[in-house]
Write a protein that binds this ligand. Structure first.
Ligand SMILES: NC(=O)c1ccc[n+]([C@@H]2O[C@H](COP(=O)([O-])OP(=O)(O)OC[C@H]3O[C@@H](n4cnc5c(N)ncnc54)[C@H](OP(=O)(O)O)[C@@H]3O)[C@@H](O)[C@H]2O)c1
Length: 268
């Protein structure tokens, strides 16, 4: 557990609901909680940042798409969730980690929860960069790989402290992944992308909320949006998945939106 000794403070305006100006960001999200669990699985949200023109990558990573307030907010979202997960494409692209700074870890511990969320990476059949720092942080780690993964046989070493879970399919089915988490006592999952993983969970009817930061910039590149096209054709092309706007906050020129999806009628 490590982090800022003095947590950074940011000011936000709440635009919806109950408009209020000049709030402390931490205070504004102090009561933030995951959505209610749908029938039969744990609740899942994804947190993404895009530019105004909807790009979720800049020069191959998400770096530089938003400001420091958004980075603090990313950690405030994590506080509320039991597990924080990403697709392997994100770990291949960048050496991220999903630990909380000391002040937020202490807040969880004071509430009787593990100080750090469980870290999850979901891979398919491609390479897994086991030299990433993600494998070295002091938090429980789950690595889910597909049946055809180079790691699936268990012959290759993976860094200590990482629990390897091999799926029965080449691409782990999101519902199967959620069952695996539930079986380990995990009650909620916050995804942090990437766009392919988001699309897989949406297609499987396993995405309940979206936390979307709009960074006040434009790229006009061919970078990925927050969701890739669903493989095999989108079931939502003719019947778009409806969402409800839960809240909107503003930090300087950036917007923090929270959307809740209506219960899914598509089940992977
Ligand atoms: N703007 C943001 O907020 C944000 C957030 C996160 C990431 N990003 C950016 O997004 C990019 C990475 O996104 P990405 O979409 O390429 O990768 P990703 O979603 O992180 O991972 C995709 C990979 O997940 C594996 N996978 C596991 N289960 C799957 C399933 N059921 N269906 C499909 N794939 C499954 C596949 O791995 P195999 O290849 O092993 O088969 C697939 O290639 C990076 O540039 C990253 O920086 C941006």
């Amino acid at each position: 557990m490590s982090g800022e000794r003095t947590p950074p403070r940011f000011r936000v305006d709440r635009l919806w609901p109950d408009p209020a100006t000049d709030l402390d960001l931490d205070d504004a999200f102090a009561d933030f909680a995951p959505p209610p669990a749908p029938a039969g699985r744990l609740p899942v949200a994804t947190n993404m940042v895009t530019t105004i023109d909807g790009r979720a990558q800049r020069m191959g990573t998400a770096e530089g798409l938003s400001g420091r307030a958004d980075r603090r907010l990313m950690r405030l979202y994590r506080v509320a969730y039991d597990a924080v997960g990403s697709g392997i494409g994100t770990l291949r692209a960048t050496d991220f980690w999903s630990t909380l700074p000391a002040d937020l870890a202490e807040r969880r511990a004071a509430a009787g929860r593990p100080p750090q969320p469980v870290a999850l990476v979901i891979a398919g059949s491609g390479p897994v960069p086991t030299d990433r720092r993600w494998f070295g942080w002091g938090q429980p780690r789950l690595l889910v790989v597909g049946a055809a993964s180079p790691l699936a046989s268990g012959d290759r070493p993976i860094p200590g402290g990482t629990q390897l879970i091999v799926a029965p399919t080449d691409h782990p089915d999101p519902r199967w992944v959620l069952d695996q988490l539930a079986g380990r006592g995990i009650g909620s999952l916050l995804l942090e992308g990437g766009p392919t993983t988001n699309a897989a969970f949406l297609a499987a009817g396993c995405l309940d909320e979206l936390y979307w930061t709009i960074g006040a910039r434009v790229l006009a590149t061919e970078a990925l949006p927050m969701l890739t096209p669903i493989r095999g054709g989108s079931p939502f092309a003719d019947a778009p998945r409806e969402a409800t706007l839960v809240s909107v906050h503003r930090s300087e020129d950036e917007l923090f939106l929270r959307y809740r999806f209506e219960p899914a009628s598509v089940h992977g």
